[in-house]
Write a protein that binds this ligand. Structure first.
Ligand code: SF4
Length: 290
């Protein structure tokens, strides 16, 4: 396959065929993110995309899953995405699921009918970043969205029948905003009720603006104990019946996995055990292998 620069995918797409339909992220300004910082965002020529799918078809007998990269594949015109999805249906009939990242802006630019067309053509899940439900935190990290706009985009995805997977970042509000970050993020998830919630934990690495703020002493990172307290507060406030919850990424100090709301008690107990030093926090050495 032909790729431009580094390629990222959600952990659950480890066995998917990845094809870039856009390159980079059209926003590319979040102060904690360097995923696409070296790339100038552009739309990839359709000819190259279809050639890549044909190459994969010729090389592999079975392709069960496809992930459309990069950061916001959904920003492409709907007719382009339909061409790609129909090509996949035609050439890779065994493909069980097609997914992509979608920025809230890209989702809100589509009509409900367009999203429904994409779903009918095979787009089964969109991964979206909430990062925080606090407008203060979102503004601080230059997300370019408000909590309301992200919730609206998430609900629009669900209404089209497309599954919704949303991530947030523990510790993103630092010491100054951790309570607001926990409670407002719980409120946003309560309104959105995504199919999946994934939590990462902020790590101070890479040459991103937030790390520079931290080095300059203007951003105070949470300790592992404070991150656990923040997650406890989140758990106490979230109400998202049936949502699959995962905080078991390498960046998380304490791994959590369960289904909301039924497993909230179990996950709260686990956090309390960590705070009582009965479960070890993941070391920074391990977290730094991200
Ligand atoms: S929108 Fe997503 S990919 Fe783009 S800069 Fe922000 S976090 Fe990174």
């Amino acid at each position: 396959m032909r790729y431009e620069g580094r390629v990222f995918r959600p952990p659950s797409e480890a066995y998917s065929l990845i094809v870039q339909v856009t390159v980079g992220c059209s926003h590319n300004k979040c102060t904690f993110c360097d995923m696409y910082s070296e790339k100038q965002f552009h739309i990839r020529p359709m000819k190259d995309i279809l050639e890549d799918f044909q190459m994969a078809r010729d090389a592999y007998k079975y392709i069960g899953r496809v992930f459309l990269a990069d950061g916001d594949a959904l920003i492409r015109k709907t007719e382009d995405l339909l061409t790609i999805l129909n090509f996949i249906k035609d050439k890779i009939p065994e493909c069980e699921r097609v997914t992509s990242y979608g920025t809230p802006k890209a989702v809100l630019n589509k009509t409900p009918e367009e999203l429904k067309q994409l779903h009918d053509a095979g787009l089964q899940m969109i991964y979206m970043g909430l990062e925080s439900g606090s407008d203060k935190v979102l503004e601080y990290v230059k997300k370019g969205e408000t909590a309301d706009s992200i919730v609206e985009a998430g609900l629009k995805v669900k209404e089209a029948g497309i599954k919704l997977s949303v991530t947030a970042i523990s510790g993103l509000g630092g010491k100054a905003m951790w309570q607001e970050h926990a409670i407002k993020t719980a409120e946003a998830f309560t309104k959105m009720k995504p199919d999946y919630i994934g939590f990462l934990t902020l790590a101070m690495d890479g040459e991103v603006p937030l790390v520079q703020e931290w080095r300059a002493g203007r951003f105070a990172q949470l300790t592992p104990e404070e991150v656990a307290e923040e997650m406890l507060l989140f758990m106490e406030h979230v109400d998202s019946e049936g949502t699959i919850f995962r905080a078991n990424h390498i960046s998380n100090y304490v791994n959590l996995a369960g289904t909301l709301n039924k497993d909230k008690k179990m996950m709260i107990e686990r956090l309390k055990l960590a705070l009582d030093k009965k479960i070890p926090f993941k070391s920074e050495d391990v977290r730094n292998t991200i």
